[in-house]
Write a protein that binds this ligand. Structure first.
Ligand code: ATP
Length: 264
């Protein structure tokens, strides 16, 4: 058990995710190389590293999109490596993507409602038996609440493809939250955001964590944002984990400085 300080105060929390020896090879390239770390319940855990370091591949291993060559990931003590992405999502691990994956022609509201169906009975049976009115109303109300949370309720009827990058990223977060996750993985949430939007992102992610009692993992290139936002930070370089710890200590770590300067 570890003490974690959140908006709700300091509490003792256990380990949510345990990565042990996660490795992924693509031909001769070892994109993720024997990576082990723990993520504690309720923390915001940053994943940084130079381009091509293996950050997205690690998220793909954790969410079942890419099977590991070796190694395991356990979620609350249960091994999840080997499970299909939808099974991992149903256990409570949800994510956004570096390359936004919205249904561009559909409205913001429809995008959130579709994501919710991963979780609802309606999702399983709607195609066969139709959906009950009460269920449909619950899905609709929850979708509106999520759009309100991400500040897009007044644009619920607009096509997602019309939104700015920043708004699309917020809509992606609403979609990820619609699956009622316990762990949320954000792949470069600030990418494409303007300075004002980036400035609001820290408060927004913290609010989302508190509201939904989440554990958050975030891949982010914008170092000031990572340092401000994260409780702990892990650094990947050429697929290997070279540092894990509190943001200030990681920033001072000679191995980390070398990795970043070496890449320039
Ligand atoms: N499906 C794949 N097939 C072959 N090589 C891949 C595949 N996916 C990733 N790679 C390679 O694995 C390495 C790690 O890529 P990855 O996208 O995980 O890095 P990253 O740290 O997320 O990079 P960035 O910060 O640029 O997004 C890169 O060399 C990449 O080219």
């Amino acid at each position: 058990m570890t003490a974690v300080t959140t908006e709700r105060g300091t509490v003792e929390r256990g380990t949510v995710l345990e990565a042990r020896g996660l490795t992924r090879r693509f031909g001769g390239l070892v994109a993720v190389n024997d990576v082990s770390f723990d993520v504690r319940e309720g923390e915001i855990f940053g994943l940084i590293g130079p381009n091509g370091a293996g950050k997205t591949t690690l998220f793909n291993l954790m969410t079942g999109l890419t099977p590991p060559s070796s190694g395991t990931l356990a979620y609350r003590g249960q091994k999840v490596t080997g499970l299909a992405p939808h099974r991992i999502a149903a256990l409570g691990i949800s994510r956004t993507f570096q390359n936004i994956r919205l249904f561009r022609a559909l409205s913001a509201l429809e995008n959130v409602k579709i994501a919710q169906h991963v979780r609802t009975r309606a999702g399983l049976w709607a195609g066969v038996f139709g959906t009950s009115r009460a269920e449909e109303r619950r899905v609709e109300d929850q979708a509106w609440a999520l759009l309100d949370l991400v500040g897009l309720a007044d644009r619920a009827g607009e096509s997602a493809g019309n939104f700015s990058y920043g708004d699309q990223r917020r809509l992606e977060i609403a979609r990820a939250l619609a699956t009622e996750p316990r762990v949320l993985l954000l792949d470069e949430p600030a990418a494409g955001m303007n300075t004002a939007e980036k400035g609001q992102l820290t408060a927004f992610i913290r609010e989302v964590r508190a509201r939904f009692d989440l554990t958050v993992l975030v891949i982010e290139h914008h170092v000031p944002l990572v340092m401000d936002l994260c409780d702990r930070v892990a650094v990947l370089n050429f697929g290997q984990l070279i540092a894990v710890g509190d943001p200030a200590a990681v920033q001072r770590d000679p191995k980390v400085i070398e990795a970043y300067l070496g890449g320039e």
